[in-house]
Design a protein around this ligand. Sequence first.
Ligand SMILES: Nc1ncnc2c1ncn2[C@@H]1O[C@H](COP(=O)(O)OP(=O)(O)O)[C@@H](O)[C@H]1O
Ligand SMILES: [Mg+2]
Length: 340
Amino acid sequence: MSSVEVRNITKSFGRARALDDVSITFEDGGFFALLGPSGSGKTTLLRTIAGFSFPDTGTIRIGARNVEAVPVEKRDIGMMFQSYALFPNMSVADNVGFGLRVRRVGAAEERRRVAEALDLVQLGDKGGRMPHQLSGGQRQRVALARAIVTQPKVLLLDEPLSALDKTLRVDMQIELKRIQREVGITTIFVTHDQEEALTLSDRIGILRDGRIVQAGTPREVYDHPNSAFAATFLGEANWLPDAALEGLQLPGDRTRHRFAVRPEALTLTDGRPATGNALSARLEQRVFAGAMATCLVRVDGEPWKLVARDRDLPEMAPGSEVWVSWTPEDTLAVPREAAT
Ligand SMILES: Nc1ncnc2c1ncn2[C@@H]1O[C@H](COP(=O)(O)OP(=O)(O)O)[C@@H](O)[C@H]1O
Ligand SMILES: [Mg+2]
């Protein structure tokens, strides 16, 4: 296994800058999610690491080796992209063994490693099937087995689960995490789905307009977003209106920060609580969703959202005057961005 280090990578297509001075380290054996909106440069970064795209400037190291000038097939990388395609006229086992035949490992060794890879994705008994005889989820597992059968140093996954329906996607997330742990392979996973990023990864990097705006563990980024963009891209944020700041306990300087509270950190009551930060609000809507409920309230004209256990909420009609409160430690101090 290997770490991957990207330093000062810039990549333009014509006048459009897809990557803008990106530097980031993917630790050995880690599961790293690259998260960002469409067009932020996720795929370009992955393709650059893989060697399908060559950067205008910057360096890429995989393990001890600088690879900017190394072609795709010599970078020792396993890949699975959103539009992965199995060879339709080859059996599952032949699909998985393809990369081994290219490397001329020999028939016996190929059989052994294909069987091992298929066992790993729980398709040990499906080697003789043809791709069209499999379900979508099974084909996805075959593609994954094919990506790891050559025991690459790094696994690159570009929105591999986005074509699957929700239930199957969640099953595959759990499966992917298990396999990654078992094999211990350095994995870089691209997604625009924040829940998926949180579920799977040890670390995440948030991309915006070709730049990594924040990187860290999911908890670090969730609890300490360094920009309004990061605060709202990973999770939801209720922004404290400037007019409401007086009398609140705040964790930072007001000229340099905006303050926010996550929906699950808020408590809704019908009277003002004795301690902590509290603001009066108007209840607009309460949406029952099983054990949890979502309340939409308005604080000084701002729409806020609150999530709580349904049975912890007071019985109140929409339009009622309420209080929202939270402990001061749950206040996010988000650095204001320089005007652009
Ligand atoms: N081959 C290409 N030719 C021209 N523009 C491209 C090409 N690949 C990517 N881009 C542009 O680079 C930017 C980043 O794209 P991409 O890396 O695909 O983003 P993401 O994967 O985050 O959606 C976009 O503005 C996109 O239009
Ligand atoms: Mg993409």
